[in-house]
Design a protein around this ligand. Structure first.
Ligand code: PA5
Length: 342
C-alpha cells in the first residue's frame, strides 16, 4: 500500500478527511451565523456541479419528506423553465469559477429569481457582491469533494431559517457526533474502510444504496472512487434497480465477474426495502462478491453521514492500494482549462 511519506498528496487527503468533523462543526457555525435574507418563494433550485453539487443532492433527498416547497438540483448551464421571481436559487461553487454554475447564476438573475450563493470566492463571490446578493463565504484550501460539510450544513440551515424545513438542531448534533466517531475509527489501523478497499482493489465497484437519500450516498461513493482512487465505479438504488438492473445480472457470467458489490443499508430502511435487498443479494451473489455495510446513528441524517464518512475513507484506502494520487484530478482540470481557452 502507498504510504503518506512517498506522496505528499496522500498525507494531504488524510488531513482533509481527519479534518472533516472540525469542518462540519465550522460549517454549522457558519450556517447559524449566515443571514440569507427574507424570501417569499414557491420552490427552490440548487445549482452546482461535482463536489459542490453532492451536498445539494444529499439535502434535496434528505428534506424531500419535510420541505414545504419543492426542492430540486440543477447541474446544467440553464435552469429549468419554471424558475421565476418566486424561485429561490442557491448557487454553489467551491471555487466560485465553475463555468456551468456561473451560467446558471446569470440565468437566475436574468429571470429575476431570488438568489443566495455559497462559495469560497472567485467570480461567484465577486459578482454576488456587485449584485447585492447574499453570499455565504466558506473557507478555501480543500478539494471541493472534501468540503461536503461546507456544501451541506449552511444550505440545510438556510432552509431552516426560511421555515422550509423543521428545526434541525437535534439531527445536526447527532450527525456531528457520528461524524466524529466514524472519522476517529476509520483513521485507525484496522477498520472496515481499509478492509472494503482491499476487497475492491481489483474489482469494478458497484454501489447499491437502500432507498431515499442512501441512493445519493451510493452516488457519493462512486464519485469518490472516481476522483480519489481514479477508478471507474457505478451506483444504483432500491427499489428502482429491481425494475431493470436486476435483470442485467441474469446474463453472461463472465461480464459480471470483475464487479464488486457494496450494499449500503441503514437502520431506517423500511421492511419492504430490506426484503428487496435480501432477495437481490441472493440473485447476484453467485456472479460477484457482495459486501454489506450498515449505517450508524439514531437520526437519519447521522446515518447518512456515517456512510459518507465510511465511503470517503474507503476511497482513500482504495487509492493507496491502487497506488494512485488521492488528490490530483488532472482530467477535470484539463477539460476546464481547454474550455477556458475557447
Ligand atoms: O471534485 C471536483 O474537483 C469537481 O467535481 C468540482 O467540484 C467541480 O468541477 C465543480 O467545481 P466547484 O466545486 O469549484 O464549483
Amino acid at each position: 500500500m502507498q504510504q503518506p511519506a512517498t506522496n505528499p498528496n496522500v498525507a494531504a487527503m488524510i488531513e482533509m478527511l481527519r479534518g472533516f468533523p472540525a469542518q462540519c462543526e465550522a460549517a454549522v457555525a457558519i450556517g447559524r451565523d449566515f443571514d440569507p435574507g427574507r424570501h417569499e418563494i414557491t420552490n427552490i433550485v440548487m445549482t452546482g456541479l461535482g463536489g459542490s453539487a453532492i451536498g445539494a443532492d444529499l439535502l434535496r433527498a434528505y428534506v424531500a419528506s419535510s420541505a414545504t416547497v419543492p426542492v430540486q438540483v440543477n447541474r446544467d448551464y440553464e435552469l429549468p423553465a419554471f424558475v421565476n421571481e418566486r424561485t429561490l436559487v442557491l448557487a454553489i461553487s467551491y471555487s466560485g469559477n465553475t463555468e456551468e454554475t456561473l451560467a446558471a447564476w446569470q440565468d437566475a438573475r436574468a429571470r429575476g429569481a431570488q438568489i443566495v450563493t455559497f462559495t469560497t470566492g472567485g467570480t461567484l463571490a465577486r459578482e454576488s457582491a456587485a449584485a447585492g446578493v447574499s453570499c455565504c463565504r466558506v473557507p478555501g484550501g480543500l478539494q471541493p469533494r472534501a468540503a461536503l460539510g461546507f456544501s451541506f450544513f449552511p444550505l440545510l440551515l438556510t432552509l431552516e431559517k426560511l421555515g422550509v424545513v423543521p428545526p434541525q438542531a437535534t439531527a445536526i448534533e447527532d450527525a456531528l457526533r457520528i461524524i466524529r466517531q466514524a472519522t476517529a475509527h476509520y483513521a485507525s489501523e484496522e477498520n472496515l474502510a481499509r478492509d472494503l478497499a482491499q476487497r475492491l482493489e481489483h474489482r469494478v465497484p458497484l454501489i447499491y444504496g437502500s432507498w431515499n437519500a442512501v441512493g445519493v450516498v451510493a452516488y457519493r461513493w462512486k464519485s469518490q472512487i472516481n476522483e480519489n482512487a481514479k477508478g471507474i465505479a457505478f451506483w444504483n438504488t432500491f427499489p428502482e434497480l429491481n425494475h431493470n438492473e436486476t435483470v442485467g445480472w441474469s446474463g453472461r457470467a463472465e461480464l459480471c465477474r470483475d464487479l464488486g458489490v457494496v450494499l449500503l443499508r441503514t437502520p431506517s430502511d423500511p421492511p419492504r426495502i430490506r426484503r428487496r435487498m435480501d432477495l437481490t443479494r441472493s440473485q447476484i451473489e453467485a456472479q460477484a462478491p457482495v459486501n454489506e455495510v450498515t449505517a450508524e446513528g439514531a437520526a437519519f441524517l447521522a446515518q447518512l453521514f456515517s456512510l459518507v464518512v465510511l465511503g470517503d475513507w474507503m476511497s482513500l484506502y482504495l487509492a493507496l492500494y491502487r497506488e494512485q494520487d488521492p488528490v490530483a484530478v488532472y482530467a477535470i482540470d484539463a477539460i476546464k482549462k481547454a474550455l477556458a481557452e475557447g
